[in-house]
Design a binder for this molecule. Sequence first.
Ligand code: NDP
Length: 581
Amino acid sequence: MEKAQNPFSFNIEKDFDNPQSYYDKIKERFAEERDLRLNYRPEGTDQYITELEGNLQKYAIDPHGNSIPDRSPLSDEVECLFIGGGFSALLTSARLREVGVESIRIVERGADVGGTWYWNRYPGVACDVVAYDYLPLLDEMNYVPTHHYAQGHEIYAYCQEIAKRFDLYKLALFHTTVTSTLWDETERRWIISTNRGDSIKAQFVICANGTLTKPKLSKIRGLESFSGHSFHTSRWDYEYTGQDLSKLFNKRVGIIGTGASAVQAIPKLGKNAQELFVFQRTPSSIDIKDDWKTDPEWAKTLKPGWQALRREKALINSEPRQREATMSLSREEKIRRQENANIDAMMRIHKRIEETVADPKTAESLKPWYMMMCKRPCFDNEYLPTFNRSNVQLVDTKGKGILEIGSDGPIFEDKQYPLDLLIMATGFEVQKTGTYNRILGVDGLDLEDKYRDGVRTVLGIHSQGYPNLFIMGGYQASFRFNLTDVLQRQGDHISGCIKHVRDNGYKTLDVTKDAEDWWVNEVISNRGKTTRAEDCTPGYYNFEGETQRRQDGNYNGSFFKYVTHMKSTLDRIEELFDIGR
Ligand code: NDP
């Protein structure tokens, strides 16, 4: 049977005599959608609340680990201190053990290691990067993930295994937040203070506080007046929902946001809630998730070092190679071709929506109108069919978002949606180095003040005036869909630096100003090489459409180049760093 014409569809026919006009029309639509969103929320990243205080504090409280007892404040010294206990700390610790570092302490806000995977336990949580690539240290741990894509609980348990294997629980401090990190020039040590009154000295500090750590909320009028229950996706309250969500059977549930977290949680909510309202500002692109159980026969064939080999291949493939056919093309023409291919991919996503979602109006609302990498692409097989359920309603705010909440629920176009539970799937503060923590380096200079005129680092890892301090997952470093690729290389680099200090009997390592100038220029000259962020619809990838200083943000050269620069920085360590003996 032929499918009826969708009356809501924005149809653009391909003109085969002039195919470019088709792509240009779609790009016009992309630009209109972007402008619409920028008009509604011109305040960029300021549209979000990241300091969750007063009545909003409940959105940040740890629902998982109430069992950490009071303890007396600590005053001691360690060689390496990690701020944060996620993958950054775990995989770097493994390398540090190899170079002989025994005294390693993790200070972590949660009640265990795991970072993102400790906090994010919402129903459906999983990683959509292939597990054999995402989970680090598989060779050393002699572990093969159970599925092509790992679920959250498996990754969290794996983090715990790494911590056990490398003996990281012994000195760890949990439910403890680092509040300040001060450089003591006389002692040439960092003094770390925490919210539990600890004062710890450390020779090396590694900021391993993650890229998306602090939950944020949208500034919405009346947010605090909502009288129902409410939490953030990263602080899931299973006591309220029931472990299997069965307690939602008689609840009206709403969720604000449709990013990667919401896309995974919504199918489970749809199945269990009496009614579900999805408040959408911008749809995510949803592609097929091709998952399978790891074949034990395949696992048996894996030879020692198999993951390292995969990573090496991924690294080589990250260097774009010029194909002969495109070598003679102008830069403009290359970009045009890339954009056209990107549009073809997005139109395939549109087609999938039309084929899956029964109600044409809902289907139309779920179509993303932007270039694929403007927002994190999502992969899910259950998300789109969820909108065919009679208990699920998409509230399409058409780029406007929810701007008001009453005591009963969100209000859109003068209609209030009364809810028992409102879930905030509104994301996280992005890549902030000093999350919860004030870092004062040489001469008491606050790292935030130093960055006020623009981020200044080498490789996103070292900043001049902050000796023996290393930053992981921060700005001016490469950014990869598979974040552990970056973290693993950073961990190798950091342990290489620490080894150099130890092997030579040095005390400190501080990058020179010249080296910093070099890297800042490198970041600036590679800006905009891969994507035109300003053309994108707003999102956290482009600072919500804010105009940015050219040196802020990530390093946009290839990952291969980033790793090559790391290697050469280690090779030239005596030249690029001031060494304290
Ligand atoms: P995001 O920042 O991606 O999404 C926030 C959502 O909230 C967006 O849809 C945003 O809309 C929406 N929003 C904000 N304010 C309002 C408002 N006032 N009204 C309506 N909607 C609003 O956060 P997530 O937690 O979903 O994901 C963060 C990141 O975490 C991902 O990008 C990914 O990197 C990572 N992640 C990875 C997963 C994986 O599988 N590997 C799974 C889950 C998360 P708009 O788009 O218009 O800004």
